[in-house]
Ligand binder design. Structure first.
Ligand SMILES: C[S@@+](CC[C@H](N)C(=O)[O-])C[C@H]1O[C@@H](n2cnc3c(N)ncnc32)[C@H](O)[C@@H]1O
Length: 238
């Protein structure tokens, strides 16, 4: 192999996810040393945005997302679990399913929070039955994946949510992309991940979910990298 120009080396870090998004072992170790939960460590220390996750959860609570006490939750791409951890402070589900491509993070979430990790093929929620979930969510995922991956997941989210249930996710829509924001991304964006940040037209989401029986209830902006992303809250028609 060496003569052919290849070396076989043992991988020493447990980076996971489509974009090697956050190294698992180093982050968990650093959070423990700082005396913070992994989620708070990422917000406060790694991202320099203390309270960022909490503010989105507070917005969702204000919009009644947890008011009915969702019993079955599903999250796509929970990663470190920073939204998962805070969601569990708002409600006490009987079942919390995750679909996560980064195996080390998925294992950590199963051990730490008792969630159920489903086999994650990449854009399908096939193991989850139709109309079986009260709250389906994904945070900071659909601005890191391709258009096709996102819209395939959108179809699946509409399939698994039960009538009256909710779907919550963020996308970088045109609301977040005025010329000043685009300029900021041009000057300061780019963390080496080719697929980040991916944009998604707002009307595509609203029209698609409407065609799948889900109505846009509300939306708000949240921080994303050097600018913002738009959180959309849909309700499945009863
Ligand atoms: C930018 S991170 C966001 C993580 C977490 N939601 C947060 O906001 O801290 C994107 C996450 O989505 C996961 N991911 C990427 N592609 C995915 C896919 N096709 N299906 C499920 N998870 C995916 C990555 O492994 C990573 O955990």
């Amino acid at each position: 192999m060496g003569r052919a120009g290849f070396d076989i080396v043992r991988s020493t870090d447990n980076r996971g996810g489509v974009d090697d998004f956050i190294p698992f072992e180093a982050t968990v170790r650093a959070a423990r040393a700082a005396g913070l939960s992994v989620g708070d460590y990422i917000d406060e220390v790694m991202n320099g945005t203390p309270g960022a996750t909490r503010s989105t959860i507070d917005e969702l609570r204000g919009r009644g997302v947890y008011a009915d006490g969702p019993r079955t939750l599903l999250e796509i791409g929970p990663g470190s679990g920073r939204y998962l951890e805070k969601t569990l402070q708002e409600c006490s589900p009987q079942r919390y399913e995750i679909y996560e491509t980064a195996a080390p993070w998925a294992g950590y979430l199963v051990e730490t929070f008792g969630v159920v990790a489903r086999p994650t093929e990449g854009s399908s929620l096939a193991p989850t039955p139709d109309a079986s979930v009260d709250l389906v969510q994904a945070h900071k995922v659909f601005n890191t994946v391709t258009f096709l991956c996102a819209v395939r997941y959108f179809h699946e989210m509409a399939r698994v949510v039960r009538p009256g249930g909710r779907i919550v996710f963020d996308v970088m829509t045109e609301t977040c992309l005025d010329p000043a924001a685009v300029g900021t991304w041009v000057r300061e964006g780019g963390s080496g991940h080719d697929s980040f940040p991916a944009a998604m037209p707002r009307a595509v989401c609203v029209d698609l979910f409407d065609s799948l029986g889900c109505t846009l209830e509300s939306s708000f902006l949240a921080p994303l990298g050097v600018a913002t992303t738009e959180v959309l809250v849909f309700a499945r028609k009863p």
